[in-house]
Write a protein that binds this ligand. Structure first.
Ligand code: ATP
Ligand code: MG
Length: 541
């Protein structure tokens, strides 16, 4: 049980909030969701499920210049793909009228004032935590003047940046967020939902708690950086005399080799370091999905890392471990050769084709078996042969035996090369007594390699990925550099391989294991004429 569950169980025991649990996931629609958001989604929706409660989806859409419906749509798709369904869908912008009314209510009670100071003056007067700030010279305007000015701010009579509405909180508080925080700013921006209806927009701190309150949220979970905002969250609920949800902070997910700020991810997209938000190298949920990650793997990862009160950095290999673990259970095995070289079995009859049984998934008997043809001419992985092999190389070399998976033991005799010295044919003999499954087939060889019959192949583009960043902490750039300086120039390589012929765009399985190579999935760029696969992750760390 994590510390949030302990709080909830205590609250349930005491009958707090009529013993309800109601959480929310509150993304700002200014980008695509990333793996960090997945942690928050699993937490919020997971708690609602565990305690028979509810979980809302609320778009925190108070920054119209950065937000867009494209993001709204992608966020909904990603949450559902992860396997969660919200109780109801809300937008902070639905509460603009109510928030405005509350602001007037606060003005009428002397709890808010219009400030004509510049941004610089405000921040300068706020001072430093160790000394009380200086009160603005506009702080003691009359209620009438404040109301008049605030109404005219709403009516669009003033320039952007010329005035703000501030809460009259505590200019001496050691918590800078309490020093008369800004509640509204003027912004002549079109909002993706409210259009041009508003030219004043509420700040996060003025909108978030009240939105939670309106929705009857019981436990408002957020990341640690909001701990310092909590007194303000509580203060607004208190002075407005409205229902008061409890804000609880937890440690955000940090992953090494990964950037997790939407602003920076947007930069990678806009400056074309990647193909888009759903590039398989991106830590976005849509990127992970395209890469071949399963929702089960991501949920399992979330569960494994747990919920803590202190920040830490998770090794990205743990995420890879989780996806491997799930794909091992569900991926359909298939033969694919990424860098093919021809292998000819000289003593195998020219015209013969044997159908061999291959197991679709040894972890799942229900996945069944399929027949794959075996013949005289095959392709194997170029890397599985080495001419000058030292004693640590166990795969194919001249005069050595290996097993061809599901088939026979072969022995290499010689190779043929082109003018530039590249191997074009590997020649070998096979031992008919060693067919897999035969009584005598137990002869020991050091390696089993995969293969594909010449007459049973089709070409495929196979995209191989490495980490997008070359250093564990790309955010922690040395002086004069930014995270962009650590983008790995070799994060994508394209192989032109051969895969089993039966696979088409239409019948493709969700997840594949290319035997001995790794986990793969078909990419959305695949067409009927050109299959494209992404490597999700290798078989081993
Ligand atoms: P970013 O800085 O990446 O843009 P954000 O916190 O501004 O993230 P929001 O859309 O405001 O993004 O976040 C929605 C919810 O997801 C918030 O409750 C936030 O705390 C949570 N969240 C965001 N990033 C993480 C993370 N790395 N780990 C856990 N929760 C996160
Ligand atoms: Mg944010």
């Amino acid at each position: 049980m994590n510390f949030i569950e302990e709080i909830i169980e205590e609250d349930l025991k005491n009958g707090k909030n009529c013993a309800r649990v109601h959480t929310r996931f509150p993304p700002e629609p200014n980008g695509y969701l990333h793996i960090g958001h997945a942690k928050s989604i699993c937490l919020n929706f997971g708690l609602a499920k565990k305690y028979n409660g509810l979980c809302n989806l609320r778009f925190d859409d108070t920054n119209p210049t950065k937000e867009d419906v494209e993001y709204v749509d992608s966020i909904k798709e990603d949450i559902q793909w992860l396997g969660f369904q919200w109780t109801s869908e809300h937008y902070a912008s639905d509460y603009f009228e109510q928030l405005y009314a509350w602001a007037e209510w606060m003005i009428e009670r002397g709890l808010a004032y219009v400030d004509d100071s510049t941004q610089e003056e405000i921040s300068c007067e706020r001072g430093v935590p160790t000394q009380p700030g200086i009160e603005s010279k506009y702080r003691n305007r009359s209620v009438e003047e404040n109301l008049d000015l605030f109404r005219r701010m709403r009516a669009g009579e003033f320039l952007e940046g010329s005035r703000v509405l501030r809460a009259k909180a505590d200019m001496a508080s050691p918590n800078m967020h309490m020093r008369d925080p800004i509640m509204y700013r003027i912004l002549f921006a079109e909002h993706h939902r409210t259009g041009n209806k508003w030219c004043i927009y509420p700040m996060y701190d003025y909108a978030h708690g009240q939105s939670d309150s309106i929705e009857g949220i019981t436990h408002s979970l957020c990341t640690l950086e909001f701990e310092i905002h909590r007194p303000l969250y509580d203060w607004f609920c208190k002075v407005l005399e409205i229902y008061h949800p409890q804000q609880i902070e937890f440690a955000r997910l940090n992953l090494n080799y990964t950037i997790m700020s939407k602003r920076k991810l947007l930069q990678l997209v806009e400056e074309k370091y990647v193909m888009g938000w759903d590039d398989p190298r991106m830590p976005t949920i849509s990127g992970l999905r395209r890469r071949g990650y399963s929702p089960e793997a991501i949920r399992n990862f979330s569960e494994t890392i747990g919920i803590a009160k202190r920040e830490n950095v998770i090794d990205v290999s743990l995420l890879e471990f989780c996806v491997r673990e799930h794909l091992n259970k569900v991926a359909i095995r298939t033969m694919a050769v990424l860098d093919p070289v021809k292998l000819i079995i000289d003593n195998y009859p020219e015209s013969e084709t044997e159908m061999l049984q291959a197991i679709n998934n040894p972890e799942d008997p229900e996945a069944g078996v399929r027949e794959i043809p075996f013949g005289k001419v095959l392709y194997i992985e170029r890397a599985d042969f080495k001419e000058d092999a030292d004693k640590n190389f166990f795969r194919l070399t001249i005069d050595r035996e290996v097993r061809l998976k599901y088939a026979y033991i072969i022995k290499c005799t010689h190779v043929v090369k082109d003018d530039s010295g590249n191997i074009t044919e590997i020649h070998c003999t096979y031992d008919p007594e060693t067919k897999s499954g035969m009584a005598q087939s137990n002869r020991k060889v050091k390696a089993t390699i995969h293969w594909i019959s010449e007459n049973y192949t089709q070409p495929a583009e196979i995209r191989l990925f490495e980490r997008l960043f070359t250093v564990p902490e790309p955010d922690n750039a040395e002086e004069g550099k930014t995270f962009l300086d650590y983008v790995n120039p070799n994060s994508l390589t394209v192989a032109h391989g051969l895969i089993e012929r039966g696979i088409t765009k239409e019948n493709a399985a969700k997840y594949y294991q290319f035997e001995r190579t790794g986990y793969f999935c078909m990419d959305k760029d695949a067409t009927d004429n050109k299959l494209v696969f992404n490597k999700t992750v290798g078989l081993k760390q």
